[in-house]
Design a binder for this molecule. Structure first.
Ligand code: ATP
Ligand code: MG
Length: 576
């Protein structure tokens, strides 16, 4: 897993390496400057070095300060480049991974959670990454460097660190270990709040239609408040670090001034050495605190790292690794003893022992109550899900033996919950065939009875659809989706309740156009209305995941109770 994250520095490796290098350079200067300072005070001003020595060392000090500044700025620059590049690569990797996910994989994580993982979690890891490359080396090097210099200046006085460093280290460790679970809680609540917001925004139309704004507001307020409480409780501990740090530092300085002052009086120590020593106290305790902060951030980001790893480690459950490069021969579809369940743990399968053969070019209707597994049955044909038992054959070959691209371009599905994307009508239609000519686009739209209303728009085929196709009505959207599916020139076309929002007259003309234009294409129509399927070559009646009957309209009326019941109720509805 570390390898997966490490590979994200690709292209920015040089910055990732240079950042700690220049940061360590900066530390070197910072640790040496107080040392020069001591020399200036003790040899230049108080000793017999004279003005020339003072100026020379002064200039050296300025030079070192400038180098330190340069290293510091470069560190910030390289660090920013490295961490942003890292985040970009990590996001790209995640996004690519999600594109390979099957419906089942996406269901497992939920869309909202995938969005959070791609945004917030990546930002968390990015922050940890920049902290690690900038401070992960700087702080320990500073701690050790300043300690060495302090011991070098006055070994006797350095004994104070034997007391103050452990005190500070232990209190930091205590604070950080206690803060960790509080931060975890904060992140979990943050996650929940995020998914509430996403759900709200995705479903904003339903929220308004059901006048749920107040409820949603309260829900959000509660969620946000829980985040606040958890954050306050975590930060309460973290802010303790500052006073503890200050107290330890001032106590140490006090001790050093006391013992060091006496040493100066007894001429065992120079005044410059004493002031330098005090600067080192600052550096040593400051970097110790920094080290504990780094641990903290790494610990906080661990939750995000885990969440990202889960996505990266997920194996797409539908792959075409073992497939050969064959084309789909024709539009025959065959189900052999197919059993399917959405999850392996469910007691009862959604589809049970389905055996079915559909000939190429046939038109098949599917009728059944809601939840009878109509959508599930057809999802297996373009391999949106894999069968649990048995096999599905398209063009005489198991769907698992096709490359997904080949299979899915031969099987066009107009899904029940269909979406259009932001962009113009034409751009959306070109999803079906990127190279489609304008004539082909118009022909497909005519077959889907979409040409008429498109031409009524002032911008015609260039009309912008808005995000998710908000600018067209439900029925118009369905017709655009049908046209998009037709443009693929598939061998099999599946319409899952795709004309439910279209009036019966238009529905009839779409079917007529299909009969005329798609004689060789296997057409599978799922519908609630008998009128939508009654002209089909055969109609399948599904009941609770089983095939209850297959036959023509007349045959089923004759010998299938469910079909007759549905027919009678719809006839009655028409007469009323
Ligand atoms: N993604 C899913 N995860 C788990 N269970 C699912 C999923 N999709 C559908 N189901 C379950 O599978 C069963 C069949 O659903 P399916 O969508 O195939 O019914 P349908 O006949 O298409 O219904 P409708 O006419 O309402 O579209 C239902 O009991 C449903 O709860
Ligand atoms: Mg359905």
């Amino acid at each position: 897993m570390i390898k997966k994250f490490a590979s994200c520095v690709k292209g920015y490796g040089i910055y990732t390496i240079l950042t700690p290098v220049v940061m360590v350079g900066e530390v070197g200067m910072e640790v040496l400057i107080p040392f020069i300072m001591a020399k200036i005070v003790d040899n230049g001003i108080r000793g017999d070095g004279g003005t020339a020595y003072t100026v020379k060392m002064g200039l050296l000090m300025v030079g070192m300060a400038l180098i330190s500044l340069m290293f510091g700025s470069l560190g910030a620059y390289f660090g920013a480049k490295a961490s942003m590049g890292f985040a970009k690569n990590l996001r790209g990797k995640l996004f690519n991974k999600v594109q390979d996910f099957s419906f089942k994989n996406v269901d497992k994580f939920s869309t909202a959670s995938l969005v959070t993982r791609l945004t917030t979690d990546v930002t968390m890891v990015q922050n940890a990454f920049i902290m690690l490359i900038k401070m992960g080396f700087r702080a320990p090097v500073m701690l050790i460097g300043a300690l060495i210099m302090a011991v070098n200046v006055k070994p006797d006085l350095s004994v104070v660190f034997l007391v103050s460093v452990p005190i500070l280290a232990v209190s930091m460790a205590l604070i950080m270990t206690n803060a960790h679970p509080r931060f975890r809680l904060m992140l979990d609540r943050y996650d929940k709040m995020n998914s509430d917001v996403q759900e709200n925004l995705i479903g904003i139309r339903a929220v308004k239609a059901f006048v749920r704004e107040d409820y949603e507001n309260d829900k959000f307020k509660n969620g946000a408040d829980l985040v606040r409480k958890a954050q306050v409780s975590a930060e309460k501990l973290v802010i303790l670090t500052q006073p503890i740090m200050q107290m330890t530092m001032y106590a140490t300085i006090l001790a050093v001034l006391w013992f060091g002052g006496n040493m100066v009086i007894d001429s065992e120590m120079q005044i410059g050495e004493l002031s330098t020593f005090i600067t080192y106290i600052n550096q040593i305790l400051g970097s110790l605190m920094m080290v504990s902060m780094i641990f903290m951030i790494l610990v906080i980001s661990r939750a995000s790292i885990n969440r990202i790893s889960e996505v990266l480690g997920e194996t797409p459950d539908i792959t075409d690794d073992n497939a050969s490069d064959r084309d789909v021969y024709d539009g025959t579809v065959e189900f052999k003893n197919v059993t399917f369940g959405y999850n392996d743990t469910a007691e009862e399968a959604v589809l049970k022992n389905i055996n079915l053969k559909i000939n190429s070019g046939e038109t098949i209707g599917i009728i059944g109550a809601t939840g009878s597994a109509k959508t599930t049955l057809v999802s297996l044909i373009p391999r949106l899900y894999d069968v649990t038992q048995g096999s599905v054959l398209v063009g005489g070959t198991n769907v698992k033996d096709y490359r997904l691209e080949k299979l899915r371009s031969a099987v066009s599905v107009v899904l029940q919950k269909n979406v259009l994307f932001s962009g113009t009508i034409k751009e959306n239609l070109r999803w079906g065939d990127p190279d489609a000519t304008d004539e082909q686009i118009v022909a497909a739209c005519k077959a889907a009875c979409a040409d008429g209303f498109i031409n009524d728009f002032p911008d015609g085929y260039e009309t912008d659809l808005g995000q998710g196709g908000v600018n067209v009505s439900g029925g118009q959207k369905q017709r655009l989706c049908i046209a998009r599916a037709l443009l693929k020139k598939p061998k099999i076309i599946i319409l899952d309740d795709s004309t439910s929002a279209v009036d019966t007259a238009t529905d009839a003309s779409i079917r007529k156009a299909f009969r005329e234009n798609l004689a060789d294409t296997t057409t599978i129509i799922i519908a609630q209305r008998i009128s939508s399927v009654k002209d089909a070559d055969r109609i399948i009646v599904l009941e609770d995941g089983r095939i209850d009957g297959i036959g023509t309209h007349e045959e089923l009326l004759e010998n299938n109770a469910i079909y007759r019941e549905v027919y009678d109720s719809q006839q009655k509805g028409d007469e009323d």
